[in-house]
Write a protein that binds this ligand. Structure first.
Ligand SMILES: Cc1cc2nc3c(=O)[nH]c(=O)nc-3n(C[C@H](O)[C@H](O)[C@H](O)COP(=O)(O)O)c2cc1C
Length: 323
């Protein structure tokens, strides 16, 4: 399938694996790219720019297909060495960067001078328009359903995608809540040029995370995620667990007085314990409502082939009957 996104990034299928903290390692990105999608290494999971350079080099040994790097600009943390990370990306020959969180405006000149295509993750029409204005090549539109940070507007993709389509000129992909072929077809119908998936890619054979994490996603239903940190305007959708119950309890008792320090132990620095060691209750970890649609742990190739083959069949056999 050819779309503006497959052409922009030089990939076979319009399917992107969004950056994921402690999941987007070289193995993950290479598996998705080898399957014809776009795999993305999560920049800030690497403690230093040198580590990112090594991770890019490791990934290059596993695939000769295009790969991307995610750079997340989130509030509340000491600013990482972004120029250093960008230097590693440029020197590593990576030509695609997925930015997220705050606006990448400050870093656009450095990225563009290096001939890098930038896709910015947005949760609203206004942020998408801003991304277009500052020279991003595409946006990834994250609806309220998404795992991770859905923003503060709470607009689901059934509304958000057609709204973005009304206003934007640059191509966009649908992100959040997506895990199966019917949703790719629906996203295309709503004006998107492809899809971005997070949670669905964690439950794959190649995802470099503990089996407990994959199984927890398979076992979860669409009712099992919760929103935390709303009071801090840093809302995150996470899988419910003992730590999340505790966070919600603290949030309810503190009310307007809530500060990040009240829950820091349950949200900060917990990913290695969860993703690597499989200690699922060690803290809060991002997970989307799409868990309710995830029933197996295929390889990335099987997953992407299934989505593409079924999507073609849906367009050909089901939709054409209505035309
Ligand atoms: C475990 C996990 C970690 C994530 N970490 C990041 C991150 O570090 N940076 C980022 O931009 N997005 C992050 N995301 C968001 C994903 O890139 C993607 O936008 C989101 O998962 C899409 O929603 P879905 O999970 O419903 O597919 C994360 C998502 C998950 C599930």
């Amino acid at each position: 399938m050819k779309t503006q996104i497959t052409e922009l990034f030089g990939i076979e299928h319009p399917i992107i694996q969004g950056g994921m903290h402690h999941v987007g390692l070289a193995e993950m990105a290479a598996a998705v790219s080898n399957a014809g999608g776009l795999g993305i290494i999560t920049g800030l999971t690497q403690p230093t720019p040198e580590d990112l350079a090594n991770e890019i080099a490791r990934c290059r040994k596993m695939t000769d297909k295009p790969i991307g790097v995610n750079l997340t600009f989130l509030p509340g943390f000491a600013a990482p060495d972004y120029p250093g990370y960008i230097q590693s990306i440029v020197e590593g020959g990576v030509k695609i960067v997925e930015t997220a969180g705050r606006s990448p405006e400050k870093y656009m000149p450095a990225l563009k001078e290096a001939g890098i295509k930038v896709i910015h993750k947005c949760t609203s029409v206004r942020h998408s328009l801003k991304a277009e204005k500052i020279g991003c090549d595409a946006v990834s539109v994250d609806g309220f359903e998404c795992g991770g940070h859905p923003g503060e507007d709470d607009i689901p993709n059934m509304i958000l995608l057609p709204r973005v389509a009304e206003e934007m000129k640059i191509p966009f992909v649908a992100s959040g809540g997506i895990g199966c072929s019917q949703q790719l077809v629906a996203a295309l119908a709503m004006g998107a040029e492809g899809i971005n998936m997070g949670t669905r890619f964690i439950a794959t054979q190649e995802a470099p995370v503990h089996e407990n994490v994959k199984q927890a996603i398979v076992n979860a239903s669409e009712l099992d995620t919760r929103l935390i940190m709303r009071g801090l305007r840093n809302t995150e959708r996470v899988l419910n667990n003992a730590a999340v119950e505790k966070i919600v309890e603290i949030e309810n008792s503190k009310g307007d007085e809530l500060g990040i320090e009240d829950i820091a132990q349950l949200v900060g620095g917990v990913y290695p314990k969860i993703m690597r060691e499989g200690d699922l209750d060690a803290g809060a970890w991002s997970c989307g409502m799409v868990a309710g649609l995830i029933h197996d742990i295929p390889t990335c190739q099987e997953l992407i082939d299934r989505i593409m083959n079924e999507a073609q069949a849906t367009i050909r056999d089901r939709l054409s009957a209505f035309a």
